[in-house]
Design a protein around this ligand. Structure first.
Ligand SMILES: Nc1ncnc2c1ncn2[C@@H]1O[C@H](COP(=O)(O)OP(=O)(O)OP(=O)(O)O)[C@@H](O)[C@H]1O
Ligand SMILES: [Mg+2]
Length: 559
């Protein structure tokens, strides 16, 4: 195994550790199954000679030898079954562990990392590459031990029959290696291209399913089918190339092995003629030769899979070697927090963009409600993203009460903030599941009162399945305003000290908004509330109104 491969696989081999016992038992069983057939060619050699010329053999009972051969074949089948099912189980478990861990790591990466990537590519990597890698570390690597054992044992058996012929067989091996290497290299290249094009195709399908109504509205069905088809053709051409290479490997090795056997017949014939080996030994030698083809072609196929696994490992490492959001820092409970917020000379710009927030100062006292207005693209949502630490400021400090939020653990900071974001995302589940997402331990009563506050109760009561009604992918079965109300209920249920409403009532009808504001004024009075809005009714709720302009924030209305 070369150094490059080892450096990549070392980390992943840790996934085998929890399954050490099953792995060892599986390998031992496969070795036992191998041992059980080792003697068979020798026995068959004697039987065949005994059948052809009974007078030339010693008086041994052919029937008994037959029975022994059958028994050995049965033992081989039994242990092969036990070994394969144990190793197969480990293989499946490793795939699941690998996928779960890569998913977990991906989910913990900072938001900035996702901005430059396509979900489809990530899905392809999590799906296909984990299978290739797990297939190699939990499938091929354990198979290597019984395979090498079988190979060495057969070689020894051949050499004990005739040392010189045995060595001649060894000389054939570098040719097998060269064929495997050549095909393996191409296999790696093609698999790289395959995963890339597959990722692009998944990305198209994923994106399109999320914007199906737009595709219909713009009559772009044929165009999108064409785009997807084009990408799938690319996938197809790479898949065909992988299939061809994989198909070439077996026959190429078998051809070499068969030619080797033919050469052996010739060579062993010569040895029999000069009396160096007996006819029974010649038959055994040929059968060992045939048996040798199995580990040799297995080694070639493992080599091929190793190339696929190596390509997969490299792509997976591009994810797993990224640093996840650190959760070090002071742990806050809601009792520790009063809800005061201070932005002190905060500056921020997105990568390759002009500075957006410039030395911004803002103080929000605990229990205060402020509104922020400003033109599209002024940076209002960005300000909230900085507060939630989705992004870090280039300079300046944000304080929660008196503590710099950089000193807090990210999770405990986010626990203190309830957010209705401008782009609402919902689960494809029931209304109840969606609202309950705000608080794992929420009681039915709490969910109900959050619904009332968000003005969702009347709507829910009209539904046949009420709060258990399914809302569809991204809440397609809800109206825009209902989605916003659901997001509001989810946020209020969280019970955080700080509430952020980013255009949260933008789709409310005017009366609905005034009703909500009246109720909200009562229930939000102890909370620190930031409302990003242009709507007059929502501005009424605010103690102070600010405008974000040219990277600075200015007080425009103090009540
Ligand atoms: N992830 C990002 N990478 C690069 N630029 C971004 C990113 N997100 C937002 N921007 C840019 O930053 C600027 C501010 O965006 P932001 O969403 O904060 O504006 P906003 O004030 O909330 O606008 P709106 O009223 O439209 O919601 C915009 O010019 C936008 O194009
Ligand atoms: Mg915004």
């Amino acid at each position: 195994m070369n150094n490059e491969l080892w450096s990549h696989l070392k980390v992943w081999l840790a996934y085998l550790k929890p399954h050490k016992k099953e792995l060892t038992s599986g390998i031992v069983m496969q070795v036992v199954s191998t041992i059980s057939i080792l003697i068979i060619p020798t026995l068959i050699g004697y039987i065949s000679v005994a059948i052809i010329s009974p007078e030339s053999t010693n008086s041994f009972n052919i029937k008994e030898v037959f029975l022994i051969v059958i028994l050995l074949l049965f033992i081989r089948a039994l242990f092969q079954f036990l070994g394969s099912s144990l190793l197969g189980t480990v293989h499946e478990k490793v795939i699941v562990d690998l996928q779960a861990n890569v998913y977990n790591h991906t989910q913990r990466l900072p938001l900035t990392w996702f901005n430059d990537r396509k979900h489809g590519d990530l899905m392809a990597i999590i799906n296909r590459d984990t299978s290739h890698l797990a297939g190699f570390i939990a499938g091929s690597l354990p198979a290597l031990i019984p395979t090498i054992f079988l190979f060495l044992a057969v070689m020894i058996m051949m050499m004990t029959i005739d040392l010189l012929l045995g060595f001649l067989v060894v000389l054939l091996l570098p040719i097998f290696y060269l064929i495997s290497k050549l095909i393996g290299k191409q296999l790696r290249k093609s698999s790289d291209k395959l995963v890339k094009s597959y990722g692009k195709a998944v990305a198209i399908a994923d994106e399109n399913l999320n914007r199906i109504a737009d595709i219909k509205a713009f009559n772009r069905e044929s165009y999108e089918t064409g785009r997807f088809r084009e990408m799938m053709n690319e996938v197809l051409s790479q898949s065909i190339s992988v299939v061809r290479l994989n198909s070439a490997l077996g026959p190429a090795i078998q051809f070499m092995a068969a030619s080797g056997i033919v050469a052996l017949i010739w060579l062993t014939g010569g040895q029999v003629a000069v009396g160096a080996i007996t006819p029974a030994q010649q038959v055994s030698f040929l059968l060992y030769g045939l048996l040798l083809a199995q580990p040799v072609s297995m080694l070639a196929s493992i080599y091929g899979r190793m190339q696929l696994a190596l390509a997969a490992a490299k792509r997976l490492e591009e994810i797993t070697q990224q640093t996840i959001e650190s959760d070090q820092g002071v742990e806050l409970t809601s009792e520790d927090v009063t809800g005061g917020l201070t932005f002190n000379k905060v500056s921020f710009s997105y990568p390759q963009r002009e500075p957006l927030i410039k030395e911004l100062d803002l103080t929000i006292k605990k229990g205060e409600t402020i509104a922020i207005t400003g033109k599209n693209g002024a940076g209002k949502s960005t300000l909230i993203h900085l507060l939630l630490r989705f992004y870090e400021p280039d300079s300046g400090t944000i304080y929660l009460d008196e503590t710099d939020i950089q000193q807090l653990s990210i999770h405990s900071l986010r626990r203190q903030i309830g957010l209705v974001s401008q782009n609402i995302t919902l689960i494809n589940g029931s209304i109840k599941e969606n609202i309950g997402y705000g608080k794992e331990t929420a009681t039915d009563l709490e969910i109900e009162s959050a619904c009332q506050l968000a003005g969702l109760d009347r709507f829910i009561n009209q539904l046949p399945q009420q709060i258990e009604t399914q809302i569809g992918d991204h809440g397609t079965k809800l109206s825009g305003g209902q989605k916003q109300r659901l997001a509001l209920a989810r946020c209020l249920l969280k019970g955080a000290k700080i509430i952020i409403l980013d255009e949260a009532t933008a789709m409310f009808d005017p009366k609905g908004e005034t009703d909500f504001i009246k109720k909200a004024a009562q229930s939000l009075k102890d909370k620190t509330v930031i409302i990003i809005t242009h709507r007059k009714a929502s501005l009424e709720l605010a103690d102070h109104i600010y405008e974000l302009k040219a990277g600075k924030i200015n007080l425009v209305d103090k009540r």
